[in-house]
Design a protein around this ligand. Structure first.
Ligand SMILES: C[S@@+](CC[C@H](N)C(=O)[O-])C[C@H]1O[C@@H](n2cnc3c(N)ncnc32)[C@H](O)[C@@H]1O
Length: 302
């Protein structure tokens, strides 16, 4: 196959992926919000904690706070973030939380028109319409000038990005000198020096998850670190928080199997039902250590 044809096929695949992601979140965001609220990401829990169903929303807020703490984002009024981008913003839970916490302006982007509209409506309802704004835009081609933001935030959107180098390059491009970049994302385990790829049975689990959650190929935490190093970003730090998110998927499955969950799923659509069906594979992936829940942070040089 000639390179030109290969590139076109690749572009076609990326367009199909973007369409699938947009439709998946258009279809499923309402049911998620109904049951789980405005944050569409894992909660952060003490390892070995006994967790009640009612604890999960505060665990999601804790995830945001733990990420800020890990990245040493300053609370000091003179140094706190003033301009934030929320890349892959869902219905804007993080954007509104961060805008409120820091008194900052926050711009959220998502591929889903339903999410962007709902995020804006929630901002208006919460009196934040002058602080936060949302639009449909591609994280790989962001509609922002270079150096605009002093906090670049990506909470569980990196796993959807088909080109990780382009993804982190865009995060770095829109970051102001000295800005903090925070990526919280699903990764596969790091490969050992004598491995070239995951084992076939591990690939099989990830592939099944990919097709139902509209994910391209996964990468490891070490891959992210290498990419950030290649862009000369500073203070690169990473951690494996898989143990801290363990109670999340069992709780999501439990709510999906409740009366409210089942009736909402049946009313939603095939893409949402297919997503619900692979949720047990997330638990299996974590248990088998092939899935890692990772945070990777860095700073753009001054
Ligand atoms: C699991 S949701 C996380 C939402 C949000 N960050 C949160 O924590 O509530 C993944 C989000 O990534 C967005 N996303 C995926 N690929 C994207 C892309 N190429 N450009 C912009 N947003 C993208 C989806 O539209 C969705 O809003």
């Amino acid at each position: 196959m000639s390179t030109a044809v290969a590139v076109t096929a690749d572009e076609h695949q990326q367009q199909q992926l973007k369409k699938g992601i947009a439709e998946f979140y258009d279809e499923s965001s309402g049911i998620w919000e109904n049951i789980w609220g405005e944050h569409m990401h894992h909660g952060f829990y003490d390892t070995d904690a006994v967790v009640e169903l009612s604890d999960h929303r505060s665990a999601q807020i804790r995830m945001v706070e733990e990420a800020l703490l890990f990245a040493s984002v300053p609370d000091d009024p003179a140094k706190k973030p003033r301009s934030i981008v929320d890349v892959g913003c869902g219905i804007g839970g993080s954007s509104r939380y961060l805008a409120r916490k820091y008194g900052a302006e926050c711009h959220g982007i998502t591929l889903s028109p339903v999410q962007a509209e709902r995020a804006q409506a929630l901002a208006a309802a919460q009196g934040l319409a002058d602080k936060v704004s949302f639009q449909v835009a591609d994280a790989l081609n962001q509609p922002f000038p270079d150096g605009k933001f002093d906090l670049v935030w990506s909470m569980e959107s990196g796993e959807h990005m088909p080109d990780k180098l382009k993804f982190v390059s865009e995060l770095a491009r829109v970051a102001a000198p000295g800005a903090t970049i925070i990526i919280v994302t699903w990764c596969h385990r790091d490969l050992s020096p004598n491995e070239e790829s995951l084992r076939p049975e591990e690939e099989k689990i990830l592939n099944k998850i990919c097709s139902s959650f509209y994910l391209p190929a996964w990468c490891s935490t070490a891959d992210y670190v290498k990419l950030l190093e290649s862009l000369s970003l500073q203070d690169i730090k990473a951690a494996d928080w898989s143990g801290n998110v363990a109670p999340f998927w069992p709780a999501v499955i439990k709510t999906a199997l409740s009366w409210k969950g089942i009736t909402s799923l049946l009313r939603s659509g095939w893409k949402t039902i297919r997503g619900a069906m692979v949720m047990p594979l997330m638990i299996e992936g974590f248990k088998k250590d092939v899935i890692k829940f990772s945070i990777i942070t860095c700073r753009k040089p001054e």
